[in-house]
Design a protein around this ligand. Sequence first.
Ligand code: PLP
Length: 419
Amino acid sequence: MAEKASESAALSPILKQATPVLAARGEGVYIFDEDDRRYLDFTAGIGVTSTGHCHPKVVEAAQRQVGTLIHGQYTTVMHRPLLELTERLGSVLPDGIDRLFYVNSGSEAVEAALRLARQATGRQNAIVFQGSFHGRTMAAASLTTSGVKIRAGIGPLMPGVAVSPFPYAYRLGMTEEQASEYALRELDYLLTTVSSPSDTAAIFIEPVLGEGGYVPVPDSFLRGLRERADRHGILLVMDEVQTGFGRTGKFWGHDHSGTRPDIVITAKGLASGFPLSAIAAPSEIMDRAWPGSQGGTYGGNAVSCAAALATLDVIQNEGLVDNSAQMGERLHKGLRGVADAHPVIGDVRGLGLMLGNEFTAPDGSPDAATATKAHRIAAEKGLLLLTCGPQGNVVRMIPPLIVNAEQIDAAVDLWSAAV
Ligand code: PLP
C-alpha cells in the first residue's frame, strides 16, 4: 500500500491524500483497489456518489447521452437533458424558487450566487459564519473560514466579508437553544457595527456546517436568520452543496427548519459524480442578473444533466431520502455506542447520513492526533472515512444514500475496532 501511495503522490506533490488506496473500481457502497481489496466507502467521494458508485441507472443514462450529444452550449443551443432537469428540479425546490442556472462545481456555484446577490441588491458585503466552507476559488475562499491552509498565502482576498459566530453548541458548552440565542445576538451586534445592513447583500449559511465539523444548524437559528434577512432586505443563501439531495434525511438540509431560502446552491449529490452544480432563485431575484454576467463553457453539460436526471429518478424511486433518515438513525445510534465506550469521542452529531465524531482530549481541547489515528486504522481495516472540524479532530461519515443496515452495522464494528 505504501508503494502505491508514493506512486500517486509523485503525480502531484501538492496532493494531500489521506489514505494510500489506489481505487480500481467502485460498486454501490464499495471501492475496490487494484488488488481487488474491498473497502466500505463512507466518504462517497466527499458526499458526491449518493446513489452509490456506478449505479446502473446513472451509468446507462450517461452512456446513452454520450452517444447522442456530449456538449451543447446553452448560450447557443438548448438541449433536452438541461430543459428536463430544470423542470424536474423545479418540482423539488422550495415553492417560489423557479429559476435555475448551471455551472460545474460547488465553488463556481458559490461565486455565481454571490454575483447574483450583489446584482440583485446593489450591495457589496456578505456575512458568513465561523467554520464556514464555501470553496477554494477566490471569492468562495473569501467566504470560507474553516481550514487556514485553504487561504494561507493566496491573499489579498475579497473585502467586505464579515464573520459571525456559529452556534456550535458543543464547543460553546451550551445547549442548542442557548447557542442559537448567543449567535443571533452576536449577528445583531455585527449588523450594527461591522457590516451595515444597507451594505449587506447576502448571508451565506450551510444547513449543517460541513468542513467546519458536521454541526447541524439549530432550527431556531435558521429561522432567526430568515427574520433578520427579511427585516434588512438581505438575501439568505443556503449553501446546500453538501446537504442537498437527501443527505440529511430530508430533501434539503433547510427542510428540517422549514426556513425559506432566497438562493439555493446545489452540487455534489446532484449528478452522482458527474460535474454539475446549480444556483436556484425566484425570478424576481434571478432576473436581476444581466445576460452574460453568469456562465461558463461547460455549465449544464448534457451528459452531466442526463446523469442528474437519472440520479433524481433513483433518489425518488428507491426512496433514498427516507433511507437516509432511517440508516442515519441506525448509524447515529451505533456511533453513540462506540463513543460511550471511548471517552475520547466527546460528541457524536449530525443529520441523516451526515454524521461526525468529535475527538476531545481530557482537557477539553480538540484532539486531532487521535482522530487522525482512528481514521488511518479504519482505512487499514477496510473503512474509508474523512476528517473535518476545527482542527481536523472530527471524523465524519457520509456514505452513499443506498447504504443498508448490514453495511451500517459492519461500518460501526470496524469503527469500534479502529478507535
Ligand atoms: N460549499 C460547501 C458547503 C462544500 O462542502 C463544498 C465542498 O466541499 C463547496 C462549497 C465547494 O465545492 P467544490 O469542491 O465542488 O468546489
